[in-house]
Design a protein around this ligand. Structure first.
Ligand code: FAD
Length: 415
């Protein structure tokens, strides 16, 4: 079997690339191979599948009619196990071989399992695929207690869903505060307090030393020696790019697949995009930025390049942007925190009322802003950072009211 354009993966980067290819080339054979058994869906919807707000059969990003109408061969249940660039071919777990002219690797990332003694002997859950979400929802129906290991966005979202389903939840986090990748300790404290008020036990600066089986669940021993029994164990301790099948292919990898600004790997006719790709960071270096807008932007660049579009704009790096709702409250994080000298930090808020704002500036430019229950238009802050807008002339005004000042600045400069 052969395809001019071959895409491995069926999520955001893959679908965006397929769309871009079809913009330029309506006829070239185009195939999407994915190990997932389902029609494409967004992982971002999974917390809502877990909570029951979305039904699994109602979350598809593209249906079979779309693939038929766009002459795209969609092959679910197709796990790629190796790539042979010299032969321009790849092999599936089924033993089938496909040949390609141009290949995009958009295999994303998979949950990273922590080094906890006894983990392989107990039942546990992760949340990355639709099947994971379906399994977790089913398990929640039988569970009265749960441990969530990891207080990142996925862990916190799911802990909230579990608490709302009347499950007694303990969140265990190695870092000193929750959502450490997005918020400073003072901001996280507001979120942690809200979780505690809603009956969730928040154990920060802690980790699991070991787990053992107890009935249908587990007994966990923490690093400080205390033990917790739980019917359900959910691991949310980060992700790692799906690159194992590239061993021996000659495709250059670091943490992820190394790509240039056009999403090209070191080998001809092979591109990579999304959570699997290590690309230009907005502030330098080569980074993996595991968020949806990154996957979409990179997928588009890769697809246009694969179809020989001469006008493709090189990747400039992506500024992180996350909005997070918890128990009816709102947290927003755009850009990054201070990472060394030369940063100016402005904090304000009333933690008793659950309101907080943290602004990071450098050389008169905004590099990050995070707020809790203090509405800012994340898109405007994102643009101010992306454009390197000079805030020096309006600094005091911006710090006092970033929303109004940001809006005014953007209305003057938007093009
Ligand atoms: C629960 C959850 C919530 C999230 N919420 C947000 C959010 O609110 N905002 C945000 O910006 N981001 C969020 N993210 C991150 C976002 O979903 C990812 O950044 C995005 O999905 C990355 O897209 P991707 O196409 O690179 O890879 P993925 O979405 O990881 O998809 C990878 C694809 O490759 C396939 N695949 C993998 N290995 C193989 C193989 N060997 N052979 C064949 N196919 C393979 C998979 O089946 C899948 O189709 C969330 C992620 C999760 C898990």
């Amino acid at each position: 079997m052969r395809s001019k354009y071959m895409i491995v993966g069926s999520s955001h980067a893959a679908l965006e690339a397929a769309t871009a290819i079809r913009l330029i080339d309506a006829d070239g054979t185009l195939t999407l191979l994915t190990r997932d058994a389902h029609l494409p869906y967004s992982p971002t919807i999974l917390p809502y599948v877990v909570s029951g707000r979305s039904q699994p059969d109602n979350v598809v990003l593209r249906d079979q009619a779309y693939f038929n109408d766009n002459a795209i061969v969609f092959v679910p249940g197709a796990t790629v196990v190796s790539i042979d660039p010299a032969q321009s071919s790849l092999r599936l777990a089924s033993g089938d071989t496909w040949r390609y002219d141009r290949l995009l690797i958009a295999t994303g990332a998979a949950p990273m399992l922590p080094p906890v003694r006894g983990l392989t002997d107990v039942p546990f859950h992760v949340l990355r695929s639709l099947d994971d979400a379906i399994n977790l929802r089913q398990a929640m129906g039988q569970a009265r207690s749960a441990i969530v290991l990891g207080a990142g966005l996925i862990g916190m979202h799911t802990a909230e869903n579990m608490a709302k389903a009347d499950i007694a939840v303990t969140v265990v986090e190695l870092q000193s505060h929750a959502l450490a990748g997005y918020f400073e300790p003072r901001a996280s404290a507001i979120i942690e307090r809200t979780f505690a008020r809603n009956g969730i036990s928040m154990l920060m600066g802690q980790t699991l030393r070991s787990v053992e089986r107890k009935g249908d669940g587990c007994l966990a021993t923490l690093a400080d020696g205390q033990t917790i029994a739980a019917d359900l164990l959910l691991l949310c301790t980060g992700v790692k790019p799906n690159i194992g099948f590239l061993n021996g292919s000659g495709i250059e990898v670091d943490t992820g697949i190394l790509v240039d600004d056009l999403m090209r790997t070191n080998l001809p006719n092979i591109w990579a995009a999304g959570d699997v790709a290590q690309a230009r960071g907005f502030w330098g270096g080569k980074v993996i930025n595991g968020i949806l807008p990154n996957a979409v932007g990179q997928g588009r660049i890769a697809g246009l390049g694969m179809a020989d579009d001469a006008g493709v704009t090189p990747f400039a790096g992506v500024v992180p942007l996350n909005t997070y709702s918890f128990f009816g409250q709102q947290a927003i994080s755009v850009g990054r925190g201070s990472t060394g000298s030369g940063f100016e930090i402005e904090e304000c808020g009333n933690e008793a009322d659950g309101v907080y704002r943290h602004i990071v500036l450098k050389d008169g430019q905004l590099v990050g802003i995070a707020t809790i229950n203090d509405f800012i238009d994340a898109g405007i802050m994102w643009q101010l950072i992306l454009r390197g807008t000079d805030l020096s002339p309006v600094k005091a005004e911006f710090i006092a009211n970033p929303q109004l000042t940001g809006r005014r600045l953007m209305s003057q400069t938007w093009r």
